[in-house]
Each structure stands twice: as structure tokens, then as C-alpha cells.
Design a protein around this ligand. Structure first.
Ligand SMILES: Nc1ncnc2c1ncn2[C@@H]1O[C@H](COP(=O)(O)OP(=O)(O)OP(=O)(O)O)[C@@H](O)[C@H]1O
Ligand SMILES: [Mg+2]
Length: 345
């Protein structure tokens, strides 16, 4: 084939393979080798030895038997070359979509697209919708139930007051979920172009204290603040919200009369704010998951304390839009350290 044509198919976003009636590859582009994680020469190889899928062989045979085209989606496992490259158990899974089109009676073309990311995104979206529905359903069921009970005319004043309080608690929980979700969405879309001002860690800590002191008092927790009084350029209210979330967690996931410390360190042009507690800690398996929306290690306990499971995911978003990071180190039964780092300017 002329070099020009090879250049054209190499420039394509889709992987392309041409196969003959014997289902041997006669031509391929660079992208196809990338998608198939195939380092060696593909031309001349048996299609079966490259993509080990009986569905694919069936579809290809159907095209040579007279069908115009066939489409299929298959799960493959990347990272290994060879006949078992796409057999379960090797490397990471990915999903590819293949369209086979008949060119003439001797040749067919395979267009291959890697749809792993799109698939994952759509899974995340489905999970998210079902999580939100579930999280809203629980308080809503309580509200409906107790509102119904309130219509009973024989209730005493005390009972009415009690049920109303439950309704109020659940509706404010729903309000929190919704406002947290709205904040997350706007952070996601970077709608909040973080309007940066220069402030100091001392001021940030003062604000954090005013937001969190009532919770600390309620649990008789001693929260110590140790600023270095250094300037930092950030969206102050977002950073206050992030640190306050960390402090509230430190208080919530520690026993009563515990101690929490909030320190600042300056390192490599970054301001590192760390929140240390001596609470329940987090297991290794849970650490990567706690920043996911709605993830809670102990669902019952967190819901009891009015948690939505969105706090840390908000913190992570705030770190990201500041080009910063959030890290955690923790030992179950001993406590946790959450460190938020943001550039000084
Ligand atoms: N300092 C901590 N110590 C132990 N576990 C923690 C700590 N911080 C967070 N976690 C765990 O991570 C989970 C997620 O925290 P996150 O702040 O996102 O949600 P939440 O505290 O349950 O609810 P909220 O949205 O009200 O903050 C918590 O449910 C808890 O299990
Ligand atoms: Mg929290």
C-alpha cells in the first residue's frame, strides 16, 4: 500500500484492521496496535490469536458470508501480548467496540474503538443517581411517616412536638444533601471560578473555629490551632469550608473528650494544613474510597450523626480547583491525619 494511505490510516482515532477471508490481518494502523496492547507486527497474524473472542470470529465469518456489517462490544484484558492476552485474569480490563464492514468478497475492515472510559463514566453516573435517590429516600420516608402520624387527632402535645422535631431533623438533612450536591456540581463545572484573595492561615483558622466550635463543645473535644501566620492566596471561604469539614470529621470520628490539632507547615511553595485526630482511624481498604461521593465507612454511625458522605468529596474538589492535594494517613484504632496542601500563591 502506498505510504500516503498508511499515513492516513495511522492518523485515525479509531483502530483499523483489514482482514482476509481466512481471518488473517493484512493491514493495521498504529492506533489498533495501541488499543489491542500489541507491540509486535500485526500483519499476517491470525485474528483469533490477537483477539480471543468467539463472538468476534462469528461476526467476521458472518460478514464474509454476505452480511454487510456487524457490530459488537467485547471486554478485553490489556497488558499481556499473546494468544491469551484477552482472556480473563491478565492485566486491566477494558471494553472495546468493533464494527466489521465488508469491503469486497476478499476483504473486511474492522474499526476498533476503546470505550473503557465512556463505559466507566456511565457506570459512575448510574451509581450516582441511584445513590442520590437512596440518600434522599431515607429521610423522606421518615418525614412522610411522621407527617401522617401527626394527622391523628388523639395525639398529646408532647407527642406532636416529638414528631415535629423528627420531621424537622430529616428535612434539614435533606436540605444539607441538596446544598452539598449543588456545591459539588458547581465545583465540578468549575463554575466557582475561585476568586482568589490574599489571607493568612491565622484568619482561616479563626473562621474554621467559629464554624466548628459548637460541635467541639458538644463532644467536649479540645481543638488546638497552630498557625504560622503566613500569607496565602486562595478562595478563603472555600478553604475555610474544606478545613472545617476536616475538623468536623476529626471531632465526629473520635471519642468524646478527645484532642484534635490543626497545624500549618510551609514546604516547597505550598501551605500544608494538617488535621490530626486520635479517633477510630480508617482501614487501608477504605482510604481510597472515602473521597467518593456518599461513601461512609460506617453508614449507620455516620447517618446517626447527620452525615451525608459528601464532606470529603467536597474537600477533594476544593483542593483540585486550587491546584492542590488532599492526603490522608491513618491507623485504625489510633487516629488519622488529613493534610490539605495548596500553593502559597
Ligand atoms: N477523621 C476521620 N477518622 C475516621 N474516619 C473518617 C474521618 N474522616 C472521614 N472518615 C470516614 O470517611 C467517611 C466519609 O467522610 P465524609 O466527610 O465525606 O462524610 P461524612 O462525614 O459521613 O458526612 P458529611 O458529608 O456530613 O461530612 C466518613 O463517613 C467516615 O467513615
Ligand atoms: Mg464529614
Amino acid at each position: 500500500m502506498p505510504k500516503r494511505y498508511q499515513g492516513i490510516i495511522d492518523a485515525m482515532e479509531e483502530g483499523v484492521l483489514l482482514i482476509n477471508r481466512k481471518l488473517r490481518i493484512v493491514l493495521h494502523n498504529k492506533r489498533s496496535a495501541m488499543i489491542l496492547a500489541w507491540a509486535d507486527e500485526l500483519d499476517g497474524k491470525d485474528l483469533k490469536s490477537i483477539i480471543n473472542s468467539s463472538d468476534l470470529i462469528k461476526a467476521a465469518s458472518a460478514v464474509f458470508a454476505g452480511k454487510n456489517s456487524e457490530r459488537l462490544t467485547i471486554a478485553v484484558y490489556e497488558g499481556v501480548c499473546g494468544p491469551d492476552a484477552f482472556t480473563k485474569g491478565h492485566g486491566r480490563e477494558k471494553t472495546i467496540r468493533i464494527r466489521i464492514t465488508s469491503l469486497d468478497e476478499k476483504l473486511a475492515a474492522l474499526a476498533i474503538t476503546d470505550i473503557t472510559k465512556i463505559e466507566r463514566l456511565s457506570l459512575v453516573r448510574q451509581d450516582f443517581v441511584s445513590n442520590v435517590s437512596h440518600e434522599l429516600k431515607t429521610p423522606l420516608t421518615a418525614i412522610t411517616g411522621f407527617a401522617e402520624t401527626l394527622t391523628d387527632e388523639t395525639l398529646t402535645r408532647e407527642e406532636i412536638r416529638g414528631f415535629s422535631r423528627i420531621i424537622l431533623k430529616n428535612s434539614s438533612h435533606m436540605q444539607r444533601i441538596i446544598s452539598d450536591l449543588l456545591l459539588l456540581t458547581s465545583l465540578d463545572r468549575a463554575e466557582i471560578e475561585p476568586s482568589m484573595t490574599t489571607t493568612t492561615d491565622t484568619r482561616i483558622f479563626q473562621e474554621v473555629r467559629s464554624y466548628t466550635q459548637h460541635k467541639a463543645n458538644a463532644k467536649e473535644t479540645e481543638v488546638g490551632y497552630f498557625p504560622v501566620d503566613k500569607n496565602v492566596t486562595c478562595n478563603e471561604s472555600l478553604i475555610v469550608q474544606a478545613v472545617a469539614n476536616l475538623v468536623l470529621n476529626a471531632i465526629a470520628y473520635s471519642p468524646d473528650r478527645s484532642e484534635v490539632e490543626v497545624h500549618t507547615k510551609i514546604r516547597n511553595g505550598m501551605m500544608e494544613i494538617s488535621v490530626t485526630d486520635h479517633g477510630v482511624g480508617i482501614s487501608k481498604e477504605d482510604i481510597p474510597r472515602i473521597f467518593e461521593r456518599f461513601y461512609r465507612v460506617d453508614k449507620a454511625r455516620s447517618r446517626e450523626s447527620g452525615g451525608t458522605g459528601l464532606g470529603l468529596s467536597i474537600v477533594r474538589h476544593i483542593a483540585i480547583i486550587h491546584s492542590g492535594t488532599i492526603k490522608v494517613s491513618s491507623k485504625p484504632g489510633e487516629g488519622s491525619v488529613f493534610t490539605l496542601s495548596i500553593p502559597l500563591s
